[in-house]
Design a protein around this ligand. Structure first.
Ligand code: SF4
Length: 188
């Protein structure tokens, strides 16, 4: 029988630059790399393909792309994508909702979150019964702020439950015009 192992997503902690140690584009004595190839003009196709072929072999390609997006670094080739190719990703970042990031945060990792992901963390923390102190620690906010977020979450869930409460059913096969007060079983 074969089994499949899926490695959990590994996200860079905020401020962590150690991933760059594994970057294929790090120039060394034995692996000289011209940094200029990562900043080509749009029509410098040879530079672009040389840079991209290095990115293709790079073990931290995904982390490199995430770091560029999260820091708003729109210059040059990053994670195998040119400035033009990365543009739409920069624009869409604010709407990202990646649950592996939400779960990593709940587990105590300090990763970059969008607004949507922060909201999801608050919701998940509330659902899991985490204390306000723990939420404050996870999101690096004050306890007062965490209390406010929990109050808002409680209110939102209550409103959602109310919206989902089904309307009372009228007795079937009855003409509404002929219903009397006793048909609803209420006391006068
Ligand atoms: S993905 Fe490309 S630009 Fe990013 S670290 Fe690797 S080689 Fe350098």
């Amino acid at each position: 029988m074969t089994t499949t192992t899926i490695n959990p997503a590994r996200h860079r902690s905020l401020g962590d630059q150690t991933w760059q140690d594994e970057a294929v584009c790090q120039s060394t004595e034995y692996n000289p790399v011209d940094p200029d190839i990562f900043f080509p003009e749009p029509d410098e196709t040879e530079k672009i393909s040389t840079a991209k072929s290095l990115c293709d072999q790079c073990p931290v390609r995904r982390t490199c792309l995430d770091a560029a997006l999260e820091s708003g670094d729109t210059d040059g080739i990053r994670g195998g994508l040119t400035e033009e190719e990365r543009g739409p990703l920069h624009e869409k970042l604010a709407g990202r909702l990646d649950y592996s990031r939400v779960n990593a945060t709940i587990a105590g990792r300090d990763v970059h979150l969008t607004k949507a992901e922060r909201r999801a963390v608050v919701h998940a923390a509330y659902r899991h019964g985490l204390t306000e102190q723990r939420l404050a620690w996870l999101l690096k906010i004050t306890e007062e702020h965490a209390q406010k977020l929990y109050r808002e979450t409680r209110r939102a869930l209550r409103n959602r439950d109310l919206e989902q409460t089904p309307e009372p059913m009228l007795p079937t096969g009855t003409d509404d015009d002929h219903l009397g007060r006793s048909d609803f079983g209420t006391a006068a």
